[in-house]
Design a protein around this ligand. Structure first.
Ligand code: NI
Length: 131
């Protein structure tokens, strides 16, 4: 999906309204750069094969993390913050409103190995959509 045309992130974000429905703005080697609007609760999930990179573009984005012993803690991210969820770590994003940029291998599902029944209607289970 490489293109000779630059993509402006603000313009790209303004081109869609759906929350938790990432759009692929660029690809690099075998990775996607995706952007998404965030609002409300996502779903507990993990990605068995990859870390997941987040950059907060606007607003606030929180990530609850759960370790092997079931202990939870939440990182609170605001504009300009970056955070990487390690491979295999259960996590559940939530947000009072905002937008994020993600960097992850092409084909990575937004909901990881979450059960289909556990995924709320406002969360798009996708490997990223075209802008
Ligand atoms: Ni994830």
């Amino acid at each position: 999906m490489s293109s000779s045309t630059p993509i402006n992130l603000a313009t790209a974000l303004a081109s869609f309204d759906e929350v938790y429905s990432p759009r692929i703005v660029a690809t690099m080697n075998d990775y996607d750069v995706r952007i998404a609007h965030t609002l409300g609760e996502h779903v507990w999930h993990a990605h068995a094969d990859t870390d997941e990179f987040f950059l907060v573009l606007d607003g606030q984005f929180d990530i609850a993390l759960r370790n092997d012993r079931g202990d939870e803690h939440t990182v609170v991210l605001t504009e300009g913050d970056v955070f990487v969820v390690p491979k295999g770590t259960e996590h559940k994003p939530s947000s009072p409103g905002g937008s994020i940029l993600m960097f992850e291998p092409t084909g990575t599902s937004t909901t990881g190995e979450a059960d289909a029944e556990s995924i709320p209607d406002h969360v798009d289970s996708t490997v990223g959509r075209a802008l």
